[in-house]
Design a protein around this ligand. Structure first.
Ligand code: NAI
Length: 247
């Protein structure tokens, strides 16, 4: 199926070289956007950009937790691809531990990447989007941010923080033509969930009304919708893509 609804748009996808980020990059590229794929590893980001359908994509090395790197990368992207109209804050990490054993670094690293990273990029793209009076920002949160999860206090706090960030940015920028939404994926088959044991997967499946983990493409289709023109009247929303886990 050929789609054109994002033709002429320039999209950034952080952590776009694998997993959910790669699936979102593919979906946006299929819809006609030029995609800047960002990853900590520049070579992998360039390689992933080269596999996307269509033309005009590029890969960039960028640690989202570093505000100076974010500013420099945005400027390189805009020199290369043009003004950014779509931002997907997808980069994320886990450093799981029970609360009593959780080290300062484990807490700080997760907040720095998952929450501060999204803030860094959102702040960087906002001036241009406001000036042009158009833009769409999408944050990849998690059902864990809505419900909490034992052993993931750091991750849950970062993902709940993204919900607050999403709603605040949506309120602040709505009158300037910029929308901001979030997706809260449930459990999705990626490298992040690869290490779950068989018994953990079985236990999880019992919590999922639809009975199975999701695929990156399940999140990507919703991402394409939320950043695209069909969602032009939707802002400040958090949409769970989770097989019915959170209702
Ligand atoms: P993944 O581990 O396969 O991919 C994460 C990507 O983020 C990687 O490309 C990694 O290089 C990049 N990244 C990590 N730290 C970065 C940094 N400081 N700067 C730039 N890039 C960085 O994970 P997955 O599963 O694809 O997750 C994508 C997003 O979806 C994450 O935010 C994750 O928290 C979220 N999520 C995933 C779920 C799952 O079940 N897989 C469920 C709910 C949310």
């Amino acid at each position: 199926m050929s789609r054109t609804e994002l033709h002429g748009q320039v999209a950034i996808v952080t952590g776009g070289s694998r997993g959910i980020g790669l699936a979102i990059s593919v979906a946006l590229a299929e819809a006609g956007a030029a995609v800047a794929v960002l990853g900590r590893n520049g070579e992998r980001a360039v390689e992933a950009a080269g596999t996307l359908p269509g033309e005009g994509h590029a890969g960039f090395a960028c640690d989202v937790a570093n505000p100076d790197a974010v500013k420099a990368t945005l400027s390189a992207i805009e020199d290369d691809l043009g003004p950014v109209t779509i931002l997907v804050n997808n980069a994320g990490i886990t450093r799981d531990n029970i609360l009593l054993r959780m080290k300062d670094e484990e807490f700080d690293e997760v907040i720095a990447t998952n929450l501060k990273g999204a803030f860094n990029f959102t702040r960087a793209v906002t001036r241009g989007m406001m000036k042009r009076r158009t833009g769409s920002i999408l944050n990849i949160s998690s059902v864990v941010g809505l419900q909490g999860n034992a052993g993931q206090a750091n991750y849950a706090a970062s993902k709940a923080g993204l919900v607050g960030l999403t709603k605040s940015v949506a309120k602040e920028l709505a009158s300037r033509g910029v929308r901001c939404n979030a997706i809260a994926p449930g459990f999705i088959h990626t490298d992040m969930t690869e290490d779950l044991g068989e018994s953990q997967v079985e236990r999880l499946q019992q919590l999922i009304p639809m009975g199975s983990l999701g695929e990156p493409e399940d999140v990507a289709g919703v991402a394409r919708f939320l950043v695209g023109p069909e969602a032009r009247y939707i802002t400040g929303q958090v949409l769970a893509v989770d097989g019915g886990m959170v209702m």
